[in-house]
Design a protein around this ligand. Structure first.
Ligand code: HEM
Length: 176
């Protein structure tokens, strides 16, 4: 649903009519997601695990006394899933494509992995030693932008940037 073409982005007054049925589909999807998250949180409440959700459940009240309720935990979980999954998988796909198209680089990277990692899986603390892998990731991100736009912002006041007038409450999409 996130990437779906939405007519209302271009003709806002049509929003009230839900011509494409997007609001209804989003609500149904939201209910399904909510149910799944409820089950996950309940499971974690019954049996604590060494993970992100259990950490949020145990740190629900911070030193200022602010309480992170279940809705907040659900929102953060969805935020992390949305922000991390598509970006990481897209980067991996582009990196593999680039390596297939450049066998010399692929072979150099394989040699680095064979020399430093040998036959096990790569772990996080290996990363500083994998200099060529770091270069491959950076070059992939340079060639194939995974996130060309920032998350949309709303301008809080009228402003002129580089001679361009942006009225208060505009949706601003920054091209990075
Ligand atoms: C190649 C991988 C990734 C790229 C290119 C990427 C890129 C970005 C960009 C451009 C933003 C928007 C920043 C802004 O608008 O100011 C963002 C936000 C964010 N990213 Fe990533 N990201 C990646 C991986 C991850 C991973 C693995 C996680 C979590 C484990 C993550 C968590 C987040 C979160 C929580 C936000 C803020 C979302 C929000 O404001 O609601 N990202 N990322």
């Amino acid at each position: 649903m996130v990437g779906v073409f939405n007519l209302v982005d271009f003709v806002p007054f049509l929003g009230a009519f839900d011509l494409q049925g997007l609001k209804a589909r989003t609500r149904i999807l939201g209910e399904k997601l909510d149910k799944a998250l409820k089950t996950i949180i309940n499971d974690h409440q019954q049996q604590k695990q060494d993970d992100f959700i259990s950490t949020m459940l145990t740190e629900q009240i911070n030193p200022n006394g602010d309480i992170m309720d279940r809705n907040c935990i659900k929102a953060i979980t969805v935020d992390m899933i949305v922000a991390s999954l598509d970006t990481s998988t897209a980067l991996l796909e582009w990196a593999l494509l680039a390596l297939i198209k450049h066998p010399r680089v692929m072979s150099k990277l394989q040699k680095e992995l064979e020399r430093i990692i040998r036959m096990r899986m790569v772990e996080e603390n290996d990363l500083p030693k994998l200099e060529y892998l770091d270069t491959v990731v950076k070059e992939t991100l340079r060639l194939y932008l995974v996130a060309p736009m920032l998350i949309p912002r709303e301008s809080m006041e009228d402003i002129v940037i580089d001679g361009c007038y942006i009225p208060k409450r505009s949706r601003v999409i920054v091209n990075v």
